[in-house]
Structure formats: structure tokens, C-alpha cells
Design a protein around this ligand. Sequence first.
Ligand code: 5GP
Length: 187
Amino acid sequence: MSIWSEHLHNSLGSILLTQDQIEQRISEMARQISQDYASLTDDLVVVGILRGSVLFMSQLIKQLDLPLVIDFLAAASYGSGVTSSGNVRITEDTFIDIHGKHVLVIEDIVDTGITLSKVLQMLQLRGPLSLKLCTLLSKPSRRQIEIPVAYCGFEVPDVFVVGYGLDYADKYRHLPYIGVLKENMYS
Ligand code: 5GP
């Protein structure tokens, strides 16, 4: 066993979603999104929230049967801990002018909703034609601010998950599955 596999074996409690489960669901989401925007003649602006959405977004957009452009936005609300600070900072803004455009925001997980409500508020002020949210995961039991989620991959329980883009202290993002981080790793 490699040092890394041994580390994973000791730090992950269980695998919540396998790569197959995740990617099958992403294909379904891509079909739904392609259908919903089928009448689009202009480019859909797909905005990924860095860095957690990167794996999800790349898997999703390959399967969108639509004209689109991609952009990114970085928002920080968590340091290296596991609970929301409630203090959201936009650390890197989008490049494309979204005024008069259909915009689809891609997120890894909606937890309290604090980060996304701030991001969506800010993007709404720029006058997009439409603004929808697509997230791989959602933890509804943790919601503090209600935000409309147009597309959700999976609802997950109140556990701290890593992999498929999601990190703990910037690690584990590259895992092709989603696992539950053992509590003793962060408490
Ligand atoms: P919110 O503002 O909705 O509470 O938090 C959203 C952000 O918190 C996500 O983009 C993600 O970075 C982080 N987050 C929330 N829950 C989890 C989790 O279970 N695992 C990981 N890795 N990050 C999480």
C-alpha cells in the first residue's frame, strides 16, 4: 500500500458516493440542463465557483449540448476549518460581462447557503437575463439562508465530505469519489 493510500484508509470513514454514481448523475443533470436551455441562441455563461467546482464543472460541460462560455469566480468563507465563518470574500471576480446573458453558476456544495446567497446577490446586480444555480451536493439540514437551487446532484447528510473537488485544508480535491472525512481529522 502506498503512503497516500494508507493515509486515505486512515482518514476517510466511508465512501458516500462512488465515481460511477457521481458521473451517472452528472450525465442526467447535463441532459436536463441541455433540454432546459435548448432554445438558447446566445452563449450560456457557465460560472464555476473556485476551486471546489472544477471537477464537477469539467465533467458537466463536456456533456452540455449548448453554445456556452466558461468563467470563474473565487469566494472564500472557510479557512482551513470545517464550519462557515459567515464572512464571505470575493477573492477573484469573473472576466465576462454577464449583462443580458443567461448565467448558470456551478458550485460543489451548498451548506449554510451563506456563500452562494452573497455570490448570487452580487451577480444579480449585474443584470443577467437569467441566473440559476447548479450544485453537485446540498446539505439541506444545515441551511441558514434559503437560496433557489435549480439543479442539485445529491442531497447529503450533515457530515464533512471530501473528494471530487471538495477539500479539507486544500487536500483531497483530486479523489474521483466523495468520502466522509473522519471527525478526528479536523476536531
Ligand atoms: P456555505 O456558505 O453554503 O455554508 O458553504 C459553502 C462552502 O463551504 C462550499 O463551497 C465548500 O467549500 C464548503 N463546505 C461546506 N460543506 C462542506 C463539506 O462537507 N465538505 C467540504 N470539503 N467543504 C464544505
